[in-house]
Design a protein around this ligand. Structure first.
Ligand code: GUN
Length: 283
């Protein structure tokens, strides 16, 4: 069996085109343009690239992109004051504070200052609680993108065994909640899990979000499973995922490549969340 390669890049391009159409309809109906504010503190080169890409994608979707930059020496109070100003700004529908923040700033305190209804990263405890309680909120972009790819690939997810490897606030935990909401049987595995290979072998759906190159071996994965690889690891061989792609691709049903799988979905879902937030704010 040869695996189907899940083309996240093409899926994300279609999603962005459809969001652009919805943005145009929103503008006609509401008489204003949805706005996403992105805050970058310091000059970490990788973060600067992410922020630039987010700004470009936002404008391409027909939305307003507002970039705010603070020096790496900025204090926590200054950053929280900016977040509060964006909370109060009626032209801002979404707020994203690019992480990581410099060491002198408590990330939790900054995230907690974001209005949950503008929290397009889905990082506030309010949105985590809404997700856990099946209430309408804003879910983190990467797991949202993974669920879209899985539903497109498999249709109904009900009753499937899903194993999520990784328990981060940004990916692992919300991924598990979203799979549970689709009626999967969900296991969250992590670095302290005993017999990880055998846990993964149960899965119809494997979501790998650990951040260790090629950690998940091909023979850990059941033949016919669907594999979503969230890892983006820079190695001497270029970008690689958390799954040993070549070994898995020989017997799984479908797998996301790295790059070109989950990565492009994250920005597309950020745009989707911004539009969702704008629609809710209009009532
Ligand atoms: N840094 C790396 N990924 C992310 C993300 O999804 N959101 C934010 N705010 N910062 C990040």
């Amino acid at each position: 069996m040869t695996a189907e390669i899940i083309d996240g890049k093409a899926f994300a391009a279609n999603l962005r085109a459809s969001i652009a159409e919805d943005v145009a309809a929103f503008r006609d109906a509401a008489g204003r343009t949805p706005g996403l504010a992105v805050v970058l503190v310091g000059d970490d080169p990788a973060s600067a690239v992410y922020v630039r890409n987010k700004g470009r994608a936002t404008r391409e979707a027909g939305m307003e992109s507002l970039e705010h930059r603070l020096p790496g020496s900025a204090g926590q109070d200054e950053l929280i004051a900016l977040v509060e100003q964006l909370n109060a700004d009626p032209t801002v529908d979404g707020i994203l504070v690019q992480l990581p923040l410099p060491g002198q700033i408590d990330e939790r305190a900054v995230v907690a200052a974001i209005d949950p209804d503008k929290d397009v990263d889905g990082l506030t405890t309010t949105n985590a609680g809404r997700l856990a309680n099946n209430m309408d909120g804003l879910a983190p972009c990467t797991p949202l993108g993974c669920i879209m790819l899985l539903k497109d690939q498999l249709g109904e997810l009900k009753g499937l065994e899903a194993v999520v490897i990784g328990r981060s606030i940004l990916v692992g935990k919300p991924m598990a909640q979203l799979l549970l909401a689709e009626n999967c049987t969900v296991t969250i595995a992590h670095s302290k899990t005993r017999g990880l290979a055998d846990v993964v072998r149960r899965a119809d759906i494997v979501v790998a979000a650990i951040g260790i190159p090629h950690m998940v071996k091909g023979d850990w994965i059941k033949p016919g499973a669907t594999v979503i690889d969230v890892g983006i690891n820079r190695t001497a061989d270029g970008l690689v995922g958390d799954v040993d792609f070549a070994a898995a691709a020989s017997h799984v049903a479908a797998i996301t490549p790295v790059p070109g799988g989950v990565g492009p979905m994250t920005i597309a879902c950020l745009l989707a969340n911004t539009l969702t937030a704008a629609k809710r704010r209009e009532g």
